[in-house]
Design a protein around this ligand. Structure first.
Ligand code: BV8
Ligand code: ZN
Length: 258
């Protein structure tokens, strides 16, 4: 089927969907200039492995190093804008469709684009929490001065332990209530768009199979191959900021005839 026809077919599926899930990974933010998770480990950080930078053991071993990596990513996110893909996803919800955004991203860009139903499976880099778990993550909402010092983690105002980014590290449990809602949305949707994820990280990567086994159509949007392609109803090979807006826009009115 030609590329244009595939887009038109998926556009029809989007229009007809009663309940939609948009499951996103770092690729949906790539065109906002935010390195994808695996790209974020290039350059200065290339010599570290994710275990070292995105794990509690790594943080406890060298809090300043890990805190600096997150401070740099937070600074990049502060300079970034939601892109056309984030905006198209928010527009879907604004048009009245039942849309749940289930994201592995920690960059807050779906919310900044206007999406309201956003389930953050891996937390949010703009929040911090006490390393020893004495405080409530929302205690350090954006705007607190804890982000003042990018070089090392400030002390928890309650117990003095270092603050840590409020994200889910390797080996850590996902926020159970959020994950349960994501599973509920996956089981209840009739269409899941899987946008910009390498689908390598579990248990998040289980959600597309859960949706498909419950009868939903799964559509992959990615410039590269992913392990989900073989069992997707459709693969739209391309970039999110190009494809997502075209899943929304009206078909050019057919002139004349039927
Ligand atoms: C847990 C937050 C267990 C921090 C991240 C089986 C079952 C259960 C667990 C496991 C399992 N096998 C292995 C595990 C352990 C582990 C895991 O999955 N490891 C992987 C690496 C093999 N999972 C865990 O540890 C999870 N916890 O299982 O706990 C447990 C059980 C009981 C009791 C206690 C514990 C926790 C995982 C969460 C880790 N945290 N992030 C941070 O961000 O700093 S994961 C990290 O990877 C990011 O969240 C990122 O979003 C996520 C997934 O990566 P992607 O988003 O897909 O990004 P990536 O760079 O990989 O790919 C980008 C894609 O975009 C590519 O496909 C590219 O082609 C595409 N792209 C590029 N440009 C564009 C584009 N697409 C569209 N448009 C473009 N322009
Ligand atoms: Zn504390």
């Amino acid at each position: 089927m030609k590329r244009g026809d595939e887009l038109a077919e998926v556009r029809d599926w989007v229009r007809a969907a009663r309940r939609l899930v948009v499951f996103t990974g770092a690729g949906v933010s790539a065109e906002s200039g935010i390195p994808t998770f695996r790209d974020a480990l290039t350059g200065l950080w290339a010599r570290f492995d994710p275990e070292r930078l995105a794990s509690e053991a790594g943080f406890r071993a060298d809090p300043a190093l890990v805190w600096r990596w997150y401070a740099e990513r937070r600074a990049a996110i502060g300079q970034a804008q939601p892109n056309a893909a984030h905006r198209a996803i928010a527009e879907l919800e604004a048009r009245g469709a039942h849309v749940a955004v289930v994201t592995q991203n920690v960059d807050n860009l779906h919310r900044r684009a206007g999406s309201r139903e956003v389930l953050e499976l891996h937390g949010n880099i703009l929040r911090a929490r006490c390393l020893e778990g004495c405080g409530d993550p929302d205690r350090f909402a954006p705007g607190s001065d804890w982000r003042a010092d990018p070089r090392e983690p400030p002390p928890c105002p309650r117990c003095g332990a270092p603050l840590r980014p409020d994200v889910v590290w390797v080996g850590e449990l996902l926020p159970q209530a959020v994950f349960a809602r994501a599973e509920h949305e996956a089981l209840g949707c009739d269409l899941m768009l899987v946008v910009g994820t390498s689908a390598l990280v579990y248990p998040a990567a289980d959600l597309p199979a859960l949706a498909r086994d419950a009868g939903a159509r799964v559509v992959v949007v990615n410039p590269e191959e992913t392990p989900l392609d073989a069992r997707a109803a459709r693969v739209l090979r391309g970039k999110a900021a190009t494809i997502l807006p075209r899943l929304l826009d009206e078909l050019p009115e057919r002139t004349g005839g039927a």
